[in-house]
Design a protein around this ligand. Structure first.
Ligand code: AMP
Ligand code: MG
Length: 402
């Protein structure tokens, strides 16, 4: 049986990013860059005003107050998007707005709130507070310099990153293609939600749960009809999904029962199984295999096992298919509010809810069919075998709302 890290390594070692495609920046959000970006411009591109007010020479307005204001002569106005043709000389000022280029000669901006227009002569501006040289000025290149790297290949185009690229004039980005992930659920007992149940039947819930995780990590789920527990039905459903998708996630049918056909069906299609079991709880019987350049992630049917194994094992792979360099889930420290005792010989990923003070509260019964304790959880605490974490222990929470 593999340790979790060995299993993830095994999977990632077999996965290359999908081919890149070019998309407009407005469609690039959440995708992973297939190219490095270097800024072609300085940002800001020119010295400009941080305020609505008056561009001045700071030496003209050293010590005014509202009782003893300094008088300056207004020589013009420069709106955002315009430039000022003249130069600011001692005793003069220019009306200026946030983002307007700083007129030549000016070295500071007095904000409008510290000024007064003379009631008899609108070309006379009374300055009622001092400014220091360079005050309220935003400098060319202080944010980004031309030639500076702004994104590496394999990094995510978040909203702020797209904003930064747009600010440097980038309109298109080369990003890795998003995998289409087939979602299959095996089990003759399963019924589509919304349909009536007969005795012994249950509603199918794994595809919709997995679909959420698949979308969250940027891949595209494709949901297939339910599969009854026969080898033939499993083979034909998997064959169709593998022909239409980049990766296939099956749920159920990977244990040792006589109705568990996923592995046999996969081998019937010519797939190669890489490993079957991982030493974690919930979710020991997880299967990973490869069919040409496509991948099988066979998660157990128990709803908690299905979601936890997907999150720990399949999610990194779907991120790597999209070209992501960082594929491990984020985690953060928290304080445990109740003891957790793992008496078993597999690592236990315990469901916890995290409050605003970073206290981690175990969410209830931790068995692999108890979906309500998973639904309440914000993440998982990795508890080693035969280990007790006392109340008040510092733990790490692996967040899965990411
Ligand atoms: P299996 O892994 O197929 O042995 O299923 C283990 C348990 O999970 C059984 O109790 C199944 O009824 C249940 N189960 C399997 N697949 C699903 C599913 N897609 N939705 C809800 N429960 C399931
Ligand atoms: Mg089953």
């Amino acid at each position: 049986m593999l340790e979790l890290e060995e299993a993830v390594e095994n999977i990632l070692s077999q996965i290359e990013p999908l081919p890149p495609e070019t998309v407009s920046l407005s469609n690039a959000h959440g995708r992973y860059s297939a190219q490095p970006f270097v800024s072609g411009v300085d940002l800001p591109p020119f010295d400009n005003s941080a305020m609505d007010g008056y561009a001045v020479l700071a030496s003209d307005v050293v010590a005014p107050t509202s009782d003893h204001p300094v008088l300056l002569r207004l020589t013009g106005k420069v709106a955002a998007g315009e430039t000022f043709a003249g130069t600011i000389t001692p005793g003069t000022c220019v009306r200026i707005f946030t983002g307007s280029p700083l007129p030549p000669g000016a070295d500071a901006v007095v904000m409008q709130e510290d000024t007064r227009v003379d009631t008899n002569d609108t070309d006379k501006i009374w300055i009622t507070d001092s400014v220091k040289p360079l005050e309220n000025v935003r400098f060319r290149g202080e944010d980004v310099r031309a030639g500076m790297p702004i994104l590496q290949a394999g990094e995510r185009l978040t909203g702020p990153v797209c904003g930064l690229l747009g600010a440097t004039g980038i309109a298109f980005a080369s990003v890795f293609r998003q995998p289409i992930v087939g979602l299959l659920a095996t089990g003759s007992e399963l019924v589509e939600p919304g349909q009536p149940l007969r005795p012994g039947q249950i509603y199918e819930s794994n595809r919709v749960g997995l679909s959420g995780f698949i979308q969250n990590c940027g891949a595209i789920p494709k949901v297939y009809p339910l599969i009854e527990d026969t080898l033939d039905a499993t083979v034909s459903a998997m064959e169709k999904a593998f022909s239409e998708c980049d990766a296939v996630v099956t749920s159920g049918g990977v244990s040792v029962g006589e109705f568990d056909f996923v592995k046999a069906a996969f081998e019937r299609l010519g797939g190669e199984l890489s490993f079957w079991k991982v030493a974690i709880k919930p979710g020991k019987p997880f299967v990973f295999g490869r069919l040409n350049n496509k991948f099988l992630f066979g998660v157990p049917g128990n709803p908690v096992s299905a979601l936890v194994t997907f999150f720990l094992l399949a999610r990194p792979a779907l991120l790597r298919l999209q070209g992501a360099v960082k594929v491990r889930p984020l985690s953060h420290p928290a304080i445990l509010t109740m003891p957790i005792h793992n008496k078993g010989d597999r690592r236990h990923f315990v469901r916890v809810a995290v409050d605003e003070e970073a206290n981690a509260h175990p969410t209830g019964i931790q068995a692999s069919h108890i979906l309500s304790s998973l639904a309440k959880a914000d993440g998982l605490v990795d508890v080693p075998p035969r280990t007790e974490f006392r109340q008040g222990s510092a733990v790490r929470v692996i967040r899965w709302d990411q």
